[in-house]
Structure formats: structure tokens, C-alpha cells
Design a protein around this ligand. Structure first.
Ligand code: AHG
Ligand code: MN
Ligand code: MN
Ligand code: MN
Length: 336
């Protein structure tokens, strides 16, 4: 039977989103169009990543971004591709990228209702050695099309209408939530289409992996240090957790989502707000975690309740399986 050897009824990303949209008669297909432009950017970056070594895309671009990081050639190229794809969609009005100091206000003639915040290339330090990297995005909707200000993106993460990431790994996967669960799509390179391979992803309630840059341990605060100690020397007779840390947030969060466990980028004495950026790293990943049944915590409260005051603001983040995040919440609550 052909159908047993091959999938013949292909649920592509576009078909999936159109299905979801058809439940909302008021929708005019704008979101589907926006998403198809994001997908184009992801496919372009995927192809660039795959031939990076051949296409002389390895190495530094020669500039430093507003975060004080040296930009890689792929950071710059990916940013350009996404800015152009998003602008030309005709569905966006404000874009915030990790690689641009200021928000981009789309030309009024091309403006639409959506704001997109994104990390065009996440895991830059892993480019040159071929380890998994990704793209992260979050989508807001503006209030008033005639009065577009940066305040439209300085909104708590719970106001996002969609969030997702694309991972350029052993296969290229796009994971998306529009606020009704989380779905994973795998790029079929021969078709150039993302196919639904991981419907309705739910994170295990408890995991056996923790993921953190332990090289920062000497500067951690007390609750983080105690939590990680407990991962290694559990007090309740359970087995110690395994440590996995890629150093690309997309890859570390993707594994956490599928296998369960916890990902931490805590505050430390040198970076009191941690490293990860609220708008385009912390919020989209927290949105996905909650939609998959997990939790995301900043050390003070629910990550999605944060109200950012600057577009490149940072926050500590602890996200993953419900029970594992609950444990670190208890430690922080006890420390105040
Ligand atoms: P980016 O490459 O977009 O600047 O993000 C890097 C981030 C994130 O991907 C990862 O979780 C974290 O940096 C790793 O930081 P450390 O090297 O400090 O562990
Ligand atoms: Mn960077
Ligand atoms: Mn990043
Ligand atoms: Mn980046």
C-alpha cells in the first residue's frame, strides 16, 4: 500500500494555519500571509546554514551589535532576509530584531496590523562548528493602525498572538503556537514544505534533564545554586538529573520541550538580569512552554507577565516541565 510507505495526505504548515483560521470568520488571511513570509525567511536561513562552509558564510562580519556582541556573517545575512521578508509581506508595522539597535517602522504604504520581534540567528557561537542553531519569533497585534509607536511591542508576553522558532539541526523544524497548543513541523527538503510531524506537543510533567551554563556557577544567587545542587544530589531518593547544554537556546529549549526537564539562564553577579532578551528570546519560548503545559518563571514571577520597558531588555529565565519549574519557584519564594 503506497499510503503505508509514504505519507500521502500532507498537512503542510500553510494548510494547518488555514484550517485554524477558518474557525475565525473575521480573519482575512493576513496571519497566513505573514507566516508564509516568516517561513520563507526560515527556509532561506536553513539553506544558508547548510552551505555555510562552502559559501564562505563562516566567521565574523566585522561589526558589533547593540548587545556588544561581535556579529557573525550569518547573523547579518539572516537579519537582512527577515527584515525584507517581513516588510514585503505588507502585514507588519514594527519589527524588533536582536541585531538592530532601534525598532524598524515599516513604510506606511506597506503597513499591516502585526508587530514581529525576532532573533534572526540564535546560537551564533555554534555556527562555525556546525552545531544546531535557530531563529526565534514572537508576534503582537497593534491597537491602532494610525498611531504606531514602540509601546505596541513593549507589551507583556501574554499579549502575543503567536510565537515560534525554527531549528536548523539534524533536520529543520518549525515549532509554532497561535495560542491553541503547540505544533511541530519538519521541513521536507525535497518538497520545500514544512509538514506537521509533531501535532499538539505536550511537555512531560516532570523531566530528568537540567540545562544551564554551569561555568557561571560561582556568580549564581542562592536559589539557583541550591536548585542545581539538588539536580545533582536529590534529597528525596530520586535519581540525579542529567546535564545537557548546547549553548543555542533554540536547541536547548527544543530538547526540553520534547524530552522534559528544565532550562535555566539565571541572573548572576556579573549579569543581574541574566543574558537572554525578553522580547525575542524569553517571551516566545515562555509562550510555547505554557502552551505545551509547562511553566516559565523569571525568579520573581510568571515570565509572560513581565512588562518590558526597553526593546533589548534582559531577564533571568527558568522554563520547562511544570513540576521542575515549580521546584525552583519554591526555592525563590523561600529566599525572599
Ligand atoms: P544569540 O546567539 O542570539 O546572541 O543568543 C545566544 C544565547 C542563547 O542562544 C544561548 O542560550 C545563550 O546565549 C548561551 O549563552 P552562554 O554562552 O553564556 O551559555
Ligand atoms: Mn547575538
Ligand atoms: Mn539568541
Ligand atoms: Mn541571535
Amino acid at each position: 500500500h503506497a499510503a503505508e510507505a509514504h505519507r500521502t495526505d500532507l498537512m503542510t504548515l500553510t494548510r494547518h494555519v488555514l484550517n485554524e483560521q477558518s474557525k475565525h470568520p473575521e480573519s482575512k488571511g493576513d496571519f497566513t500571509i505573514l507566516l508564509s513570509h516568516i517561513v520563507l525567511g526560515c527556509k532561506f536561513v536553513c539553506s544558508a546554514v547548510n552551505k555555510a562552509g562552502l559559501a564562505k558564510l563562516i566567521g565574523l562580519a566585522g561589526d558589533t551589535n547593540v548587545q556588544g556582541e561581535e556579529q557573525k556573517k550569518l547573523d547579518v545575512l539572516s537579519n537582512e532576509v527577515f527584515i525584507k521578508a517581513l516588510t514585503s509581506s505588507g502585514r507588519t508595522c514594527i519589527l524588533v530584531s536582536e541585531e538592530d539597535e532601534e525598532a524598524t517602522f515599516v513604510d506606511p504604504a506597506l503597513r499591516g496590523r502585526y508587530c514581529v520581534v525576532f532573533d534572526p540567528l540564535d546560537g551564533s557561537s555554534n555556527i562555525d562548528c556546525g552545531v544546531s542553531i535557530g531563529t526565534i519569533f514572537g508576534i503582537y497585534m497593534i491597537k491602532d493602525k494610525n498611531k504606531v509607536t514602540v509601546e505596541d511591542v513593549l507589551q507583556p508576553g501574554k499579549k502575543m498572538v503567536a510565537a515560534g522558532y525554527c531549528m536548523y539541526g539534524s533536520s529543520c523544524m518549525l515549532v509554532l503556537s497561535t495560542g491553541r497548543g503547540v505544533n511541530g513541523f519538519t521541513l521536507d527538503p525535497s518538497l520545500g514544505e514544512f509538514i506537521l510531524t509533531h501535532p499538539n506537543i505536550k511537555i512531560p510533567k516532570k523531566g530528568s534533564i537540567y540545562s544551564v551554563n554551569e561555568g557561571n556557577a560561582k556568580n549564581w544567587d542562592e536559589p539557583t545554586a541550591r536548585y542545581v545542587e539538588r539536580c545533582k544530589f536529590p534529597q528525596d531518593g530520586s535519581s540525579p538529573k542529567s546535564l545537557r547544554y548546547v549553548g543555542s537556546m533554540v536547541a536547548d529549549v527544543h530538547r526540553t520541550l520534547l524530552y522534559g526537564g528544565i532550562f535555566l539562564y539565571p541572573a548572576d553577579k556579573k549579569s543581574p538580569n541574566g543574558k537572554l532578551r525578553v522580547l525575542y528570546e524569553v517571551f516566545p519560548m515562555s509562550f510555547l512552554m505554557e502552551q505545551a503545559g509547562g511553566q516559565a518563571f523569571t525568579g520573581k514571577g510568571r515570565a509572560l507577565e513581565l512588562v518590558p520597558t526597553k526593546i533589548h531588555e534582559r531577564s533571568p529565565i527558568f522554563l520547562g516541565s511544570y513540576d521542575d519549574v515549580e521546584e525552583i519557584k519554591t526555592l525563590y519564594a523561600a529566599s525572599v
